[in-house]
Design a protein around this ligand. Structure first.
Ligand code: FES
Length: 156
């Protein structure tokens, strides 16, 4: 009787392990991408028209400048189910509003500290620069981010 119960429990344990492995294998991360209109969005647009395949996991939110990205936007994205966030800006010196990308970088550094307090790993939030002509870089960032977040697993 007890032996049979143990076997059943072991069977259930195996099933749970298999289920969690399966979940990890089929886990497709939800990534929110905040992209500056003038450079990064144009880079993403070019990536879209170049017909190069890359993971379709990023939901793009276009902002006029990365300096417009309030850390609360990122927190809200995580709160609403994002597993990762990317913030893409014009290269230093190229911001159409002069200092927006410098401010965005400063906020990003503060944001990482805040995210750590909520137990959210740094790797789930990435800041980078993508210009209008850097569709390859955009694809690389998205591909890397999806791989990284897949490795971390779902946030919730
Ligand atoms: S306009 Fe692109 S970061 Fe400011």
């Amino acid at each position: 009787m007890i032996k049979g119960g143990r076997q059943k429990a072991e069977g259930r344990g195996k099933k749970l392990t298999q289920n969690s492995k399966l979940k990890t294998q089929i886990f497709e991360p939800k990534i929110v991408g905040f992209l500056c209109n003038w450079c990064s969005y144009a880079g993403a647009d070019k990536a879209g028209t170049s017909q190069v395949h890359y993971p379709p996991n990023v939901n793009v939110i276009k902002v006029m400048c990365s300096g417009r990205i309030d850390p609360q936007f990122v927190m809200k994205a995580f709160e609403r189910g994002a597993d990762g966030v990317i913030i893409l800006a014009c290269h230093p010196g190229d911001c159409h509003y002069k200092e927006g990308n410098y401010r965005a970088l400063q906020r990003y550094r503060m944001l990482l500290r805040l995210l750590r307090q909520f137990g959210i790993e740094d790797e789930r939030c990435r800041f980078d620069y993508v210009s209008a002509g850097e569709s390859d870089k955009f694809i690389k960032i998205v591909t890397e981010m999806v791989k990284t977040v897949k490795g971390l697993g779902p946030l919730m």
